[in-house]
Design a protein. Sequence first.
Length: 277
Amino acid sequence: MEGYCKVARFMGRQDEYAIFRRFKALNAQNLLYLQAELTHLEAQLHSLAQRNGADRVVSSKDWWSLSHSEETDDSEHWDKIVEIRGKLEQYNDTILKQAQIAKFGPPAVYDQEFFRSWLARPDMGNFPLLGLDQECYTEKHDADLVALTSRPAPDVFSRWFTYCVVPWWHHVVGEKFKNPVEDGLDEGVYRYENSILAATVRVITTVLASLFPVCSVTALYFIESNSVRLASVIVASGFFALALALMTNARMIEVFAATSAYAAVNVVFLTNVVYAV
């Protein structure tokens, strides 16, 4: 299997690699041309509507008279309306499709780099595209690429875990125990399920969330200086807010609320310790 068939099968096997150019500039140019055509048609229609207005009292107020009139002016007017109707339908359909395409996200950087590597490696894609379209996946078109199934990480920590920790883990451990995908397309391709990665990130986040208050309270217990304790509460609250920003997709108001609650727990413990002393 070679050429387009090979690339299509690879894309079909792993949805995140269904990457294509969106041709933003060409689509914008096409819309500009359609807009220009409609602008001229609109001006022509306005001119026809003003022509001999006094003699077209009926046809200007009655659709049947206008569309079935044998008068040259009326016939020309109606033909122009029909022409505009077709062009408007084309314009509206095109602009709606462009709005839909604009909602597709770009491919993940890691997926984009791997797909480019797959195309070039002799033991994988082995340069399956030989025409001008092979340039579609070069770096100069990175900003113009769209993934039909984009998988953006929900937060910074998930992105770091997926694109830094997982490749490192695979190189050190996973490659020795995990079997590569076998489908006759290429060699040495391994697949990690998104659901497993998401579950792992969720477990790590949950464990860290439970450790934050425990660690801060423990530190406050062993610190004897009240000024150092107060500084520790401030630092711990800052790290907690940073963790929320990096490890969750919480809104600002949720970050403020959670940080306030976390700081309140530390302050209550700090107050009890001071009174106990």
